[in-house]
Design a protein around this ligand. Sequence first.
Ligand code: HEC
Length: 294
Amino acid sequence: MRKLGIHLLLPLVAAACAAGNTAKGSSAEVPPASTGAEAAPMARHARGGRLFDDWAKATGTAFRPDDPRTPALDGEGGPFGNGTLPDHAGRPMPNTGHDYRLARLLGRDLRGASGAQETCASGETGRLVPALLADTDTEAQWLSRMRDGEDGIPAYGTVLDDAALHDLVGFLLAVRDGRLPSPSALVAPSTGTRCGFELTARGDPERGQRLHAAQCASCHGDDGRSLALGGSARLSLGDFVRNRAPEAWYVMLSGKAGTTMKGLLESPIEPAVLGSALADLFAAYGEPQRFPAP
Ligand code: HEC
């Protein structure tokens, strides 16, 4: 199997702990998922997106990642009980700020180290070089890479079962191959902007606002200010998109694990128009007069 040739790019934004990992991984294949009674494809994609965001929350696993600021491996949970996951060779992999979350390792916009340097988001360290959107590896290659670990990717097979690994890879490759909306239609890296990206969605903000009223306002409020988002940052929904768009696309598609929020993939919206629905929402949230700060 062709290797990713992954290197950790350090530091990106926050001060990062220096740790390199360029070792080569093993490559056993993951057997295909059972074809018995399965969830609908879009629900499986939604689960895949939540696993990409935060595998521990998405599976209800108690896991407190190793603290990247200390040399000790001092988290909780995982196969070693110390908040780390193994690398391809079975050794505990220290947390360099990615918290073992794939959205951070692959880049929230799936462009790896060439993606947006998200200067308004936290935890932006330890991102890997390869850009998934430009990758051509097969599903089998990605499944074994995720299961066994490879270079900077931990061995998720130690915490995820085969069905979860299939949902995760299924989501990623559906985005890569254009079967699900890609972040590249919504957001582009830009060094000249405050948050390291620009919104590029060519949607219709009027339509986006109507979709928000129908599908989002019951929880987020008509102007997106009812829920404080982003943990300690306390952003309105409009602010969240304007500050953290590379994260917003997959949360809108897949929902947020550990909360009541379901994504558009589990809504009545037809898969064929999901891309334009997302573009319309992004266009609306991009306008502070429609969706103001808290
Ligand atoms: C059933 C209630 C509900 C609905 C409907 C809902 N959301 Fe949410 N949403 C939430 C909750 C709860 C959170 C998490 C808040 C927090 O961080 O504690 C959230 C978080 C978010 C976030 C931030 C995610 C993050 O990583 O912190 C975005 C973006 C978002 N919602 C967009 C939307 C959009 C767009 C819609 C409509 C398509 C929508 N939501 C519909 C409840 C809802």
